[in-house]
Design a protein around this ligand. Structure first.
Ligand code: KG4
Ligand code: ZN
Length: 354
């Protein structure tokens, strides 16, 4: 087993004067980013359009597309940052959760770079990374509640510190993004329909129809599958002319139902745990109705709730690099060299950090 020559890098890491290359490939976006002391120098995202014709992500095609684009994506991130691979001190790569084939492409590529250039490698938890995307623009104070809403997950997390995370609520069926995507599909919108539903909703009346708000009065778990079924039956009962005349109103009513539940649960979590600070995270945190309602709820309660910039909501590699920076800060005192030396032994999901 070869070992990395870490002496110079470790000195820099100890001082946290770092140039971090982040690599993300967990689903259908190939992403690379450079994060330095000066901030995010590049944030390149190659989105895969091939899945549109299938109405959802086809894992095998996603892996192939990652393989085709990853080298170029990393090169572009370095070029935009005006750095060479030899300037990179740490490579941070998504270790999971995600599609196994997609993860393997990013991990294998990162391991290759790590070995070829003797750069320490760190595996990053994708869900933690959505939360720590907020550290790119804000200093976070703990304890803190995070509402993470993506295509695969909907969860509330309590962070006692940046390395003590506890999931306090999650979806029992569909994720919020999945609900947007599946309901959008029923309405004939292309995948991913979350952003399209958002755009149509802005032109519609959110109180046009009252769709169900699953579990809204109950605990911190979520449920969106009932809403999906309810929209299906509602659409079956209407004729085409009605649906097309009220398309924006229907989209707005669905968005209203989803976002109202999300905000109610976030507010409950903050009240139950008496924690007045929170962050939004994940692709759905780009939703305009959600952002507006969260801002109103924060103001009403005197809470501080950070929302990531739109560039850091959906899958990106800047959030992977930002999380690596947090992990390094946390681990300075506990065997940093050992952690980094075993970097290339990381496998998808194996002892996932976070
Ligand atoms: O975090 P993300 O990029 O990937 C996962 O980790 O899943 O989230 C993708 C999800 C998709 O379901 C997409 O439709 C949804 O985020 N999304 C939105 C918006 N932008 C992205 N949903 C509602 N409104 C948006 N503006
Ligand atoms: Zn994600």
């Amino acid at each position: 087993m070869p070992t990395l020559k870490l002496s110079t890098k470790t000195t820099k890491i100890r001082k946290l004067i770092l140039n971090i290359l982040g690599i993300e490939s967990s689903c259908d976006d190939t992403a690379a980013s450079i994060l330095t002391e000066a901030g995010v120098l590049s944030n390149v995202i190659a989105s895969q359009s091939i899945h549109i014709q299938f109405g959802g992500v086809v894992p095998e095609l996603a892996s192939r597309a990652h393989h085709q684009t990853i080298s170029q994506t990393v090169k572009q991130a370095l070029t935009e940052a005006q750095l060479d691979i030899r300037d990179i001190d740490v490579i941070a790569v998504t270790q999971g959760p995600g599609l196994i084939g997609s993860l393997l492409v990013g991990l294998s590529f990162a391991k290759g770079l790590s070995l070829a250039h003797q750069i320490p490698l760190l595996g990053v938890n994708h869900m933690d990374a959505h939360i720590f995307a907020n550290t790119i623009e804000h200093t976070l104070n703990y304890p803190l509640i995070a509402l993470t809403v993506s295509g695969g997950h909907t969860q509330l997390t309590k962070l006692n510190s940046s390395n003590e995370l506890e999931i306090i609520g999650k979806t029992r069926d569909d994720a919020a993004g999945e609900a947007f995507d599946k309901i959008g599909k029923l309405l004939g919108l292309n995948y991913p329909s979350g952003p399209l539903m958002d755009a149509h909703s802005r032109e519609g009346n959110p109180t046009f129809h009252a769709f169900p708000r699953g579990l809204i009065h109950q605990g911190l778990d979520f449920s969106f599958s009932g809403l999906k079924t309810s929209v299906l039956y509602y659409l079956q009962d209407q004729d085409d002319a009605f649906i097309s005349n009220h398309f924006n109103d229907i989209c707005a009513s669905v968005s209203h139902a989803i976002t109202e539940v999300l905000v109610a649960k976030l507010e409950r979590a903050m009240q139950v745990y008496s924690i007045p600070r929170a962050v939004l995270a994940g692709g759905v945190s780009a939703n305009s109705m959600l952002r507006e309602k969260v801002a109103i709820m924060a103001k009403k309660n005197g809470f501080i709730i950070h929302q990531p910039a739109l560039a850091y909501c959906a899958d990106n590699a800047a959030m992977i690099a930002a999380t690596a920076r947090i992990m390094l800060q946390n681990e300075l005192s506990i065997g940093l060299e050992q952690r980094l030396r075993v970097g290339w032994e990381i496998h998808p999901y194996a002892s996932l950090p976070g």
